[in-house]
Design a protein around this ligand. Structure first.
Ligand code: FE2
Ligand code: FE2
Length: 272
């Protein structure tokens, strides 16, 4: 199978590679002059929660790197290996930015958490597609979480840090979803349906676990379980269940009178 048949063309890969190369050379910075005051009550509220997400961002990426190498070799997509390498470095930078903030505010780091271990074990199970499913699940939920975290703090540095993470994670999920949808499109319809339902169920289960384990923070931000799940699922649907817009088939009947043709053309233009 070539990169064309997976729906991710060499040109697509080149665009992604350019993006990741550029951001590796020009990483987004958190300006030093930002106010960096974290009130004691805020610190107590976010400490355990931010530590779990910091742990999730931190990975050597060896499983993902190996899966990408195997996948790229079989499909003649050498650029993919470099993209994944740069992607892993960006995730490590997220972990470093969060760690630096936590250390400056004497928030203890976590070295293990059962949710993080479950995610790592799942990623080891199979190839690149499963790795991407697990990763995109964490990142889509992470994006909702970082927005919630931003909303509960008055600390300027933490707010900008959350926005920076979201900006980069949005690009990650765009890349992962394009790759995942391309891989799924190459499968028979029954397999696509089975994969989509399994992934959606896994996503809902993961978002529910996040909801439960970070409930104090979410509740403080005014998010009940149902609302948080709704926000997460909206992200999931946007990236992984894109709505296909039917092409407008507009043909002017040969027998139409001139005035009918003008009114048909104007109504077509109004929906463009
Ligand atoms: Fe990240
Ligand atoms: Fe990411």
């Amino acid at each position: 199978m070539s990169s064309h048949t997976t729906g991710m063309s060499p040109h697509d890969l080149e665009i992604w590679l350019n993006h990741f190369e550029y951001h590796a050379e020009h990483p987004r910075c958190i300006p030093h002059e930002l106010a960096d005051v974290l009130e004691p009550a805020e610190r107590r509220l976010i400490a355990g929660s931010i530590a779990t997400f910091q742990l999730g961002e931190q990975s050597e990426g060896s499983t993902l790197r190996r899966a990408a190498e195997r996948f790229a070799r079989a499909r003649h997509m050498p650029a993919l290996v470099r993209i994944i390498e740069l992607f892993i470095r960006e995730e490590q930078r997220h972990a470093a930015l969060l760690r630096s903030f936590m250390e400056d505010h004497r928030i203890p780091l976590k070295h293990s958490h059962w949710t993080d271990q479950a995610f790592r074990r799942l990623r080891r199970l199979a190839g690149l597609e499963l790795c991407m499913c697990v990763l995109i699940t964490a990142e889509l939920i992470g994006n909702v979480y970082y927005r919630v975290l931003e909303s509960v703090t008055g600390c300027r540095r933490l707010k900008v840090l959350c926005r920076t993470l979201v900006a980069e994670e949005l690009v990650h999920v765009a890349f992962e979803s394009q790759l995942l949808l391309a891989l799924r499109a190459a499968r028979p319809a029954w397999a696509r349906t089975a994969i989509r339902s399994t992934h959606r169920a896994f996503f809902i289960a993961t978002a529910s676990v996040v909801c439960l384990t970070h409930r104090s923070l979410l509740r403080h931000a005014g998010h009940g379980a149902r609302n948080f799940l709704r926000l997460c699922l909206a992200q999931y649907d946007f990236y992984l269940e894109p709505v296909s817009i039917p092409t407008l088939a507009y043909r002017v009947p040969q027998t139409s009178a001139p005035c009918d043709r003008i009114s048909q053309r104007s109504s077509a233009a109004s929906v463009k």
